[in-house]
Design a protein around this ligand. Structure first.
Ligand SMILES: Cc1cc2nc3c(=O)[nH]c(=O)nc-3n(C[C@H](O)[C@H](O)[C@H](O)COP(=O)(O)OP(=O)(O)OC[C@H]3O[C@@H](n4cnc5c(N)ncnc54)[C@H](O)[C@@H]3O)c2cc1C
Length: 373
């Protein structure tokens, strides 16, 4: 009989574990405290972002994850996975200099980097008709549709008789004994398995808090927005030059020559990331709050700033903002790329993928499968 895995958490980390565990021949029960997952994995850009990853283990993990994303996306087209690539736009000479340096790095080829002039960028994406100098294209970057991703993967999983989805099950207790690992909810229902993976995202509290004492993880809050549909199509995901300040791939390049960020962008640790959804709307962001307690409000000024950046790059008014939301992710602050802690034989807590959690989720799940073999 196949070994049984209990997965706690219906976000992308838990769901990629379910996909890979079924593939490995385990039977899988996945529980989720909400009726449908509503956390970071639903609220993100859906980016599978290789371009900004630090050379070394982070880039290797991201490239492996990108391969698995391609396989999963081919099997489950309803995820909206597409190898659309990205363009990081330089609006001044200092940003262009950093892009040129990035394009000359030894790892540029593995990321699928190429440098484009303004004319080449405009030819590729006619909507980019504004005031900028050039762009760094990354063909390894990809995107999925966060609104459909988890439900599409669950529908795929449910077609396998060895998979069971248990929503509305908030794990409140965990025990390990000679018969295996057991997770119990508030109603006293217990799910048992040979193996248990807790993928709670940024829910570091509750009964799981004992596993997070002194753990090198923090929570980060982001504010996001979506515009009304844009009639024109934008194939690539876009980033502005401010993203160069935050992504570790660029940390050793000429960042000190970049002009200061506008005050609102600096205060909110902002960059522009933009991806067009399949319905034509643009998901745009983001801000970062690193210190708790977080604010509870969605603020106006950061998105006035982002709209002005979009207008400058497009050479026309940015589409109006139609919706706003925020989200919180869990981020490893230690030397590890994410947080993995064995809490009993065959039981592990995994979170802390940070702003790259969606990107690296399948590779994290694969590392678990390798440990179980
Ligand atoms: C606004 C925003 C934008 C982002 N953009 C990107 C991006 O474009 N690309 C990228 O790579 N990453 C991005 N990230 C990061 C990425 O979204 C996260 O790292 C990733 O989604 C985390 O997945 P997860 O499964 O660990 O957590 P979550 O998505 O938070 O899922 C955890 C799930 O566990 C459930 N749960 C928690 N406790 C229990 C319990 N006790 N019992 C049962 N269920 C429980 C929760 O209800 C939740 O559904 C972004 C994050 C945010 C917030």
């Amino acid at each position: 009989m196949s070994k049984k895995v209990v997965i706690v958490g219906g976000g992308i980390i838990g769901t990629m574990h379910a996909v890979l565990a079924l593939q490995e021949g385990y039977s899988v029960v996945q529980c989720e405290r909400d009726l449908t997952p509503l956390s970071a994995s639903m609220r993100n850009f859906g980016l599978i972002w290789v371009s900004g990853r630090e050379v070394g283990t982070e880039l290797e993990l991201a490239l492996r994850a990108r391969e698995i994303w391609g396989e999963v996306g081919a099997k489950v087209p309803a995820t909206g996975f597409r190898a659309n690539g990205s363009l990081t736009i330089a609006r001044n000479a200092a940003e262009m200099q950093v892009l040129e340096e990035a394009n000359s790095l030894p790892d540029a080829k593995s990321r699928g980097f190429s440098l484009l002039t303004r004319a080449e960028t405009h030819a590729l994406e006619p909507v980019l008709a504004g005031d900028f100098i050039g762009a760094l294209r990354c063909t390894q970057d990809a995107a999925a549709e966060p609104q459909f991703l988890l439900s599409a993967l669950r529908d795929f999983l449910k077609s396998n008789e060895n998979y069971q989805w248990v929503p509305n099950f908030e794990a409140m207790d965990f025990t390990h004994n000679e018969s295996g690992n057991h997770v119990t909810d508030v109603k006293g229902t217990t799910l048992s398995g040979d193996l248990v993976v807790f993928c709670p995202g940024a829910f570091h509290k509750g009964f799981l808090s004992t596993f997070f004492v002194d753990a090198p993880v923090r929570r980060v809050r982001l504010q996001m927005a979506a515009t009304v549909p844009l009639p024109e199509k934008i194939g690539h995901s876009l980033a502005d030059g401010d993203s160069l300040r935050y992504y570790p791939a660029f940390k050793d390049l000429s960042l000190s020559a970049l002009p200061p960020q506008p005050q609102v962008a600096a205060e909110n640790y902002m960059q522009l990331l933009l991806v067009q959804r399949l319905d034509g709307t643009l998901t745009i962001g983001d801000t970062h709050e690193y210190v708790e307690p977080f604010g509870y409000e969605i603020t106006e000024a950061p998105y006035e700033h982002l709209s002005s950046v979009i207008s400058a790059i497009f050479g026309t008014s940015a589409p109006a903002i139609a919706r706003r939301w925020d989200g919180i992710y869990s981020q490893s602050t230690g030397s590890e790329l994410y947080f993995r802690k064995t809490i009993a034989p065959g039981a592990v807590v995994i979170t802390g993928g940070g702003g790259r959690g969606n990107t690296i989720s399948p590779a994290i799940a694969e590392e678990t499968m390798i440990q179980w073999r």
